[in-house]
Every structure is written in structure tokens, then in C-alpha cells.
Design a protein around this ligand. Structure first.
Ligand SMILES: *Cc1c(COP(=O)(O)O)cnc(C)c1O
Length: 426
């Protein structure tokens, strides 16, 4: 395949793309020459929907005009603002609306969930995690283990790929769960791994864990808004995710949390870190001394939420509802498949795609190892307006996002890489 052939294919694929018009609903950053950048970094920070500014402004105006009465009087009263998110989030993660809530940030939510769901006993205190787990998750977990009086060094069991492989095999993870079944309290894994881009089989892992009475929780930072999810049907115990990656909520955006209704509506509410915003709505303002949790995920809220951050997020969730996860996923498979084929065809001995080749085993991101001049390639991509990111020691992450990327963006990336490739031949 040549770049010219790739371009011809991309032109046709962009022409028939039923979701192509969504790109115009986003602000695409400009390169130094004024042209639009090729933005392949939605795995790290999604682009700003054009509607985000007006949505935030609406609440600023409400604050200016109403002061404290903004809690009850505006079109979108602040007191119930977070409720606007339940339907959208339920669709995105495959849950009932009362199983999801937008609150806090991801690592905070992970701590809240670990407080309720990591219930170690002397003979059963270990936690199974995936390889290449995000540092924040490991820190949170290790600190929770230490807080309960156990040694993190003994408590963490890591599922790793086989020698010479980059990603996990589900049968190996299940075998590890079986092998350690009697000592595991919790399995905590990523839905899609941030480093390798591999997607794990959440249903199979949850099923294996539950067979031995082990709790199963997931970090969906790279999965939410990226791959199809059915948390309720898969019987997942809890999950957390952020909204600034594929869900375009802006830097530091309020995060998401899922608690299965088995737990959220349990007769005896689970122990938790409590705060007034998780208290029963009808009696919250009676300011009584006893905490009565709202049934469902909302009962884990601590504080009244950061309104402007929620306001920035809502337009993106409306775009997801308009586009539909099914259509987005279909385009995503085509777009990432196109990038995958281009890299394998054009640079077979220079670039190794470490993300699994099967669409069922990945989301939109491809993690690629560059065998020579890796840093040079990354620098040249940036200098030519292709925004992606670098992970030590030699991995570049490329994420064509179906909501705003075009097949032409893949061609642009391949074109820059091919220039460097030609110059890097020994
Ligand atoms: C992005 C990401 C985080 C970030 O945590 P914050 O609390 O939002 O700063 C945590 N875990 C994973 C797996 C991530 O990909």
C-alpha cells in the first residue's frame, strides 16, 4: 500500500461516514501554521464540544442573576443537577440509571469504592490486578491495603502476559483467579489498559471471581465512551471512570461511578465514607444527625458537586446520545482497523502494534512500539501537527476517536511517519 492509495480509500470512507458531521461540533486545536491539528489524543484529553462554553455560561449567568436561589430556581436547578447525568451514563456503561452517578474524580471514587468493597479478612486479603496498571490505581490500592493493616507487597497479585507477549490472555487471568481463589478478596482491573490499549473480558473475569465469592471491580478510564459496556448484565460489583478522556468533559472533570443494584439497594446498606449529599434527599435539609443513604449509587456522594464542571460535561453526553454507542463503535472498529492496516503495511519492520489485532480485544487506541528513532518519530509527529502521546520507553499511543476523527487523520499520521521512516533507513 502507498500513501496515495491510502488517501484514496480514506476519501471514500470519509465521504460515506454517517457520523462525519459530528466533527464540526468540536473545537479542533490549531497547529502553528493555523491549520487544524491531527488530534489522536482523545485517550488522554477529549476535545471541547463547541456547546460546552454556552452550557457553562448558562450556570454562570444563573449564579450572577440568582445567587443562592440558583439551587432551586434555574432551568437546571443545581440541587438536582447531577441527576441530569444518570440516563446518559447508564447508556454509556450499560447500567440502570440508579446504578450510576457523576461525582468527585476517578481516584477519589476508587477510594470510596475500595472502602466499601475491599473487605479483607486475615486469610483472605489479597487483590488481583492487571499488568501495567495505572500508577494512581496501584497507589490507591496499596494505601487501602496498608490502612487495613496488611502489607501491600504480600497482598498484590499481578496478572502478566506470557513471555514474549505484550497483552494478557483471558484464560491466564482466570487460571490465576482459580489458583489464588481462597486468598483473594478482590479483583481490580482496567476495562481497557491505558498503556497497551488491550480490552479485557469484563464478563469473564467477573464470572470467574464470583464463582469463588471474590468481588470484581473495574477501572473504566479508557473504556467508558470507547467500547461497549454492560456492567449491570455482567454483574460487575463496582466501577469507576473519568470523563475527560473519551467523554470530553474537560480537564479535571467530575468522574463517574457504578454500584450494582445488588449492593446499592441491599437491605443493610454497605459501610462507606458518608457525606451529606449521599443522604436521603427528602430529609437531607432537615440536617439530622443520622446518615441515611440514598438507595443506589447516589448514596456514595459526599458533597454537592462542582457545578461548572458538570455543566461542561453535559453537552458531550448529549452528543453521545445523538450518535449512539452502537454507531460510534462500528465507526471506531473501521477507523482503528484502517490505522492498524496502514501501520502494518507501510512499516512492517519498523513499527510493532502491541495492541491486540482483534477488534473485540481493543478499543480505538493503538499502542505502537517504534523500533528505531522512536523519540524522533514522536517529535516529528508533533512538529507536523499530529497530536498523540509518548509512554516510556518506546511506545506512542495513537487514538483515532470516532466522534471527531476522520479517516483522513489516519492518512496524515501515516504520511508524517513515512517521511521519518525514509530518512531513518540505516
Ligand atoms: C486517567 C486515569 C486515571 C486518572 O485518575 P484521576 O483521578 O482522574 O486523576 C486513573 N486511572 C486510570 C486507569 C486512568 O487511565
Amino acid at each position: 500500500m502507498t500513501i496515495a492509495e491510502l488517501r484514496t480509500q480514506a476519501d471514500e470512507l470519509d465521504r460515506i461516514d454517517a457520523l462525519a458531521h459530528f466533527r464540526a461540533r468540536f473545537c479542533v486545536p490549531r497547529h502553528t501554521d493555523g491549520s487544524e491539528t491531527t488530534y489522536l489524543c482523545g485517550n488522554s484529553l477529549g476535545l471541547a464540544p463547541k456547546a460546552a462554553r454556552a452550557s457553562v455560561e448558562q450556570e454562570l449567568v444563573a449564579w450572577e442573576a440568582l445567587g443562592v436561589e440558583g439551587h432551586f430556581k434555574p432551568e437546571r436547578p443545581w440541587v438536582s443537577f447531577h441527576e441530569l447525568f444518570a440516563q446518559h451514563l447508564a447508556k454509556i456503561v450499560g447500567a440502570a440509571p440508579h446504578e450510576v452517578v457523576a461525582m468527585n474524580t476517578l481516584t477519589v471514587n476508587l477510594h470510596l469504592m475500595l472502602t466499601s468493597f475491599y473487605r479483607p479478612a486475615p486469610a483472605r486479603y489479597k487483590v488481583l490486578v492487571g499488568h501495567a496498571a495505572f500508577p494512581s490505581d496501584r497507589y490507591a490500592l496499596a494505601s487501602q491495603i496498608a490502612l487495613r493493616g496488611f502489607a501491600p507487597a504480600n497482598a498484590l497479585i499481578t496478572a502478566a502476559p506470557r513471555a514474549g507477549e505484550h497483552t494478557l490472555r483471558i484464560e491466564d487471568v482466570v487460571a490465576l483467579i482459580e489458583q489464588h481463589a481462597s486468598e483473594l478478596a478482590l479483583v481490580l482491573m482496567d476495562g481497557v489498559n491505558y498503556y497497551t490499549g488491550e480490552r479485557i473480558d469484563i464478563a469473564a473475569i467477573t464470572e470467574a471471581a464470583h464463582r469463588y465469592g471474590i468481588t470484581a471491580g473495574f477501572d473504566l478510564a479508557h473504556a467508558a465512551g470507547n467500547v461497549p459496556l454492560a456492567l449491570h448484565d455482567w454483574d460487575v460489583d463496582f466501577a469507576v471512570w473519568c470523563h475527560y478522556k473519551y467523554l470530553n468533559g474537560g480537564p479535571g472533570c467530575v468522574a463517574g461511578c457504578f454500584v450494582h443494584e445488588r449492593h446499592g439497594f441491599a437491605r443493610d446498606p454497605l459501610p462507606r465514607m458518608a457525606g451529606w449529599w449521599g443522604h436521603d434527599k427528602h430529609s437531607r435539609f432537615q440536617m439530622g444527625p443520622e446518615f441515611e443513604p440514598i438507595p443506589g449509587a447516589e448514596g456514595w456522594q459526599l458533597s454537592n458537586p462542582p457545578l461548572f464542571s458538570l455543566a461542561a460535561l453535559l453537552p458531550s453526553l448529549e452528543l453521545f446520545a445523538e450518535a449512539g454507542m452502537d454507531r460510534l463503535r462500528a465507526k471506531s472498529e473501521a477507523l482503528t482497523g484502517f490505522l492498524d492496516r496502514a501501520l502494518r503495511d507501510l512499516f512492517p519492520e519498523w513499527i510493532e502494534v502491541i495492541t491486540p489485532a482483534a477488534p473485540t480485544h481493543r478499543g480505538c487506541q493503538l499502542s505502537v512500539r517504534v523500533m528505531r528513532d522512536a523519540k524522533k518519530a514522536f517529535t516529528a509527529l508533533g512538529a507536523n501537527g499530529v497530536i498523540c502521546d509518548w509512554r516510556e520507553p518506546d511506545v506512542i499511543r495513537l487514538a483515532p476517536v470516532p466522534l471527531y476523527n476522520r479517516f483522513a487523520d489516519v492518512v496524515r499520521c501515516a504520511e508524517v511517519l513515512s517521511t521519518i521512516h525514509e530518512n531513518s533507513h540505516a
